[in-house]
Structures are given as C-alpha cells and as structure tokens.
Design a protein around this ligand. Sequence first.
Ligand code: DOR
Ligand code: ZN
Length: 345
Amino acid sequence: MTTLTIQTPDDLHLHFRDGDILTETVAATARCFRRAIAMPNLVPPVTTAQSAIDYKKRIVEAVPEGKNFEPLMTLFLTNETTAQDIREAKSAGIPAAKLYPAGATTNSDAAVSSLDHLSPIFEVMAEEGMLLLIHGEVTSHDIDIFDREKVFIDRHLASIAESFPTLKIVFEHITTKDAVEFVLSSSQNMAATITPQHLLLNRNDLLVGGVHPHNYCLPVLKRNIHQQALREVVASGSEKFFLGTDSAPHEKHRKESACGCAGCYSAWSAIELYAQVFEELDCLDKLEGFASHYGADFYGMSRNPGTITLVKDSWQVPEEITLPNGNPIVPFFAGKTLQWKLVGS
Ligand code: DOR
Ligand code: ZN
C-alpha cells in the first residue's frame, strides 16, 4: 500500500498552551485534525465557562487562514467547582471536564485534593451528559511512579465508574496492561485515549544509555509488556480506545534541565506516528476507526466530513522547531525517520 486515505481525524487530548505559542501549536494540529480536545491546565487553569470561551477565542484566532479547525474546550475541576459551573459549561457547548489529582502533572497544583468532594459534581455531569476526562494516577509519595496508574484504578476509578454508571468517562493517556483490561471489562461508558509515545516506546527508551528527557511524559513510559498490551488493543480494533496525542510542548531548556518537564510535543508528526505503529502491527485498516470514528462516536459528535491522505514517503522529524518567542523546542521523535507523510504538509 502506498497511499492511505481516511476520514478526517480528531485529536481528543492535547495541550495548546496560551499566548504567542498558539500560532505554533494550533497550526501544527490543524495540519491534519479537524477538532481537538484542548486541555485546561493553563496558569491559572480554565475553571469556568467564561474562561473556556475566552480561551477558545484565542485558539480560534490562531487557526491558519483556510484551515477548517474547531477546538473543543474542557473545564478544569477543582475543590471549588460547583454544580452551577458544570451546568453553565454544558450550556456553553463545553463537552467535558478534566480531573487531575493535585500535583499529578504540569500545572495541576490547583486540582482536586480529595475525590470525595466531587460526588455531587459527577452526579450533575452525568445528568447533563458532560464527559469526565481523567488523568488516572495517584500522587502519594509512598506509591512507586510505575504503579500509580494501577493504584488509581483500584483506589478510585473502579468506584467512580460503579457509583456513576451513566457518567461517560475517558481514562486519558493509558499506559498499562491493567488499564487496558480495566477499560475492556468496564461498561460502554468507559473509554480511553492512547498516545503515540506509549505505543512506540517503553521505559528503556527513557532510561537506557542515559536519561532521554524528550521521552519523559506523565504517566511515565512503562515496561514493554504494558506497551505490548496497548499495541495489541489498538490492533484489535476495539471501539473503546481512540486517538489522543497528549501533545504537550515544553521549551527545550525546560526539558533538558536538572528537573525536566513532562510532556512530548508530537503535533508535528501525530498522524504519521500513529500510522507507523499501525503499519508495524500490520493493521493499517484499523487506523481510521481509532483516529476518526471511535472518539467522535464516544463523545456523541458527528464524524468529520472529508478525508486526509497519507503517502508512503519517508521523512525525518525536524531536530528542532523555533517557537514564536524565538526559543527552540524539540519535537517528539526528533531526527527519527517516519514512513508515512500527510499529503500537503
Ligand atoms: O506529560 C504530560 N504533560 N502529561 C500530562 O498529563 C500533562 C502534560 C503537560 O501539560 O505538559
Ligand atoms: Zn495531557
């Protein structure tokens, strides 16, 4: 096969950030996606309908001329979130709210410190048909970083799903066999996103031969049996798993530092990275469902009009990209060769 045409895809989890970086991040995503779920972990976080509407406007202003792209907004849940906040957000067209356990990742200090507080909020979300997007890791110091996702399932996620059976939940950027098994054994209201880095890499790619800061993200890369489980489940074509890159830009000096930031900036090659995985797994026919159908269906949105085409044409991901502020950023998979290329980019 030398060309691959699929219905226009969506990226159902990413970080655009704010300010002048938007001209970079939004253009990179609008290159191939028609819609994207924009995460709310700005400083300060997006906690109200009005702040989400304002943020959406700034993203829309950064869409390159001639590109048809729509950001989908999310609300950041805190201990102070009210039922009224949820209702206002839903009526403003915001499809989802994001739960970060406090301290779980970049800019999540304002997040929820006790999940018990959120029961009335989850109830309203279920009533309103607003999706709950979860960063599923516990943050307590006594839990090993490689076990944090599994412990979150056991301590929190299983009981949230059981207590709120009509609430639609997206278990974001899953990284473990345990998460795959949990999602598969849960109801139709539980789905998951999977990033390119967790499909392409395992923790050896982070730690063998030196620390590789550009492969550091959260949840952290796991051992290869977990990578294998993620690969198997996307190859199975299960409708419960769909595309969410978690593309998360950090300037080069913040990644290459004594305390490097978590996040992989994959927007520049997102669909090509997934195509590479699906080809390696000999299931390119499953890419369209994963990238363009299952996520939209789970969110209750129409599938996109139009198509994108990839050609079999090897190319190298740039070593660096210059941000609008002049600082460099190292894209995910920098300097590596990919086999598929989006036509027209
Ligand atoms: O690696 C990550 N980076 N994981 C997250 O959950 C957040 C993200 C970011 O915002 O940088
Ligand atoms: Zn994220």
